[in-house]
Design a protein around this ligand. Structure first.
Ligand SMILES: Cc1cc2nc3c(=O)[nH]c(=O)nc-3n(C[C@H](O)[C@H](O)[C@H](O)COP(=O)(O)OP(=O)(O)OC[C@H]3O[C@@H](n4cnc5c(N)ncnc54)[C@H](O)[C@@H]3O)c2cc1C
Length: 412
């Protein structure tokens, strides 16, 4: 049965979801306060990693946090004024680091993310942008065997779930990425992974194709949702009321504000990250490079080389602190000493992060005909199209290809 579906959010999750729903023949409208692909989906590292099933909160994280915070080149910052607000989320985050829970999370994430290339395939083909998807694999590089051993469990979680990982020595790292500084002793090559050469163009291209296929995009801010026991009736927007029938909330980090309006609050935090993109770097990388010690990626994009990373807890609305991007720039110079830094742009984006590193995917537990697809944290690009296909299955009454119960909204 074809339905009238409204999707809040034109990030990669919302646009992919709207595209899959439209393919099923539904009458689909996206509502977003800005143009497609200009929020968190604009500036990520572009990594499509079907193997990224290790959660952010791993055993021992509690003891690592003080070191991260004390290190000026470290990956983590907390704005102290935001700490009281973030504390309940942070406590849940630490609680998720128990070994048994980490195994469960990896069991749930792997089947979802494993579908990434398969789920993007039909969308990029239809939109004529298959060039954006690069299946190069990536390498992860460590400066010491000890640092590598510190992450052993994260790699084991992946290997145990079938992710192909080949170990590299210093010479092999140099052969694969000759521009890298000769400071890396241990490397890993993950051949089944890949990346998107321009995440903004991906979202915008899929959105343009969605409109060509008869989908509508309205630029409005959703202020409230009118809902009752029968379902959601209307969106209250900055340009008046919009009657709705089936609703999908894909509003990234703002999703918690919206679910709260219908009595279903969720623990979601803005895990703010930064990037620096060098448009004329004068060095080349044939594939993305992950530097786990700095928790960052360098990706060869069509706009140049991009370094992306950092986790800053400062709330959704605080001004960016581009000092965090400067930290990434320093890492870049260490990693690629010959890089030309003349033409660089900086950006901050808000990862929509749940404390257990798992998105919320599935129906509302309270309001009929309302579905959720948000909270993908570090893997929203990778998880976008797989999530979209699942939501289309649920709306159509088909059984999704994976067990989605671990992603239910009322798991907290
Ligand atoms: C530095 C960095 C690097 C990253 N690297 C990767 C990576 O390599 N691979 C990966 O898979 N992921 C990565 N991510 C994560 C990824 O970018 C996000 O998970 C993903 O973009 C989230 O997509 P989304 O569609 O849920 O949210 P968004 O892109 O944030 O979209 C949400 C949309 O909802 C709209 N919206 C919100 N509230 C309202 C409202 N009230 N009314 C109307 N519209 C509203 C917003 O305007 C926005 O357009 C990275 C993130 C960062 C910050």
């Amino acid at each position: 049965m074809n339905r009238k579906v409204t999707v809040i959010g034109a990030g990669i999750v919302g646009v992919a979801t709207a595209s899959y729903l439209r393919r099923d023949g539904h009458d689909v409208t996206i509502v977003d306060m800005g143009p497609p692909g200009e929020y968190c989906s604009f500036g990520n590292a572009g990594i499509l990693s079907p193997g990224s099933c290790a959660p952010q909160s791993m055993p021992g994280i509690f003891w690592k946090v003080p070191g991260y915070l004390a290190d000026p080149m470290g990956p983590l910052t907390v704005r102290w004024s935001h700490l009281p607000k973030a504390a309940p989320w942070l406590i849940r985050f630490i609680a998720s680091s128990q070994r048994a829970r980490v195994e469960q999370i990896a069991d749930a994430l792997r089947p979802l993310l494993k579908q990434t290339f398969d789920a993007y395939g039909p969308l990029v083909k239809h939109a004529g942008v298959t060039d954006l998807i690069r299946r190069t694999g990536y390498i992860a590089v460590y400066q010491s065997e000890e640092a590598y051993r510190g992450d052993a469990l994260a790699w084991k979680l992946r290997r145990d779930r079938g992710v192909v990982i080949e170990k590299l020595d210093a010479a092999a790292i140099q052969r694969m990425a000759p521009a890298l500084a000769k400071i890396y002793r241990v490397g890993l090559y993950l051949p089944e992974q890949g990346y998107v050469a321009n995440p903004e163009r991906l979202t915008k291209s899929l959105a343009a194709q969605f409109q060509k296929d008869g989908g509508r995009i309205l630029q409005r801010k959703v202020l409230d949702i009118e809902a009752g026991p029968q379902g959601a009736r209307a969106l209250v927007t900055d340009a008046g009321k919009l009657p709705i029938e089936t609703l999908v909330i894909c509003a990234g980090v703002h999703s918690g504000e919206l679910t709260a309006k219908i009595g279903e609050p969720v623990p979601i935090e803005a895990e703010r990250g930064y990037h620096v993109t060098y448009s004329d770097p004068r060095v080349e990388l044939p594939l993305p490079v992950m530097a786990p010690e700095g928790k960052l990626f360098v990706t060869p994009m069509e706009m140049g080389l991009r370094i992306a990373g950092q986790a800053e807890f400062a709330g959704i609305y605080a001004e960016p602190d581009y000092g965090r991007a400067d930290v990434l720039a320093k890492h870049m110079q260490r990693m690629l000493p010959d890089i030309s830094t003349a033409d660089a742009t900086k950006w901050m984006g808000r990862r929509p992060s749940m404390p257990d590193s798992m998105p919320v995917i599935g129906p509302s537990a309270k309001v009929p005909s309302v579905y959720y697809a948000f909270g993908h944290g570090h893997v929203g690009l990778c998880g976008g199209a797989p999530t979209a296909r699942i939501i289309a299955d649920l709306v159509a009454g088909r059984k999704p290809s994976i067990d989605v119960s671990p992603f239910r909204v009322n798991r907290f």
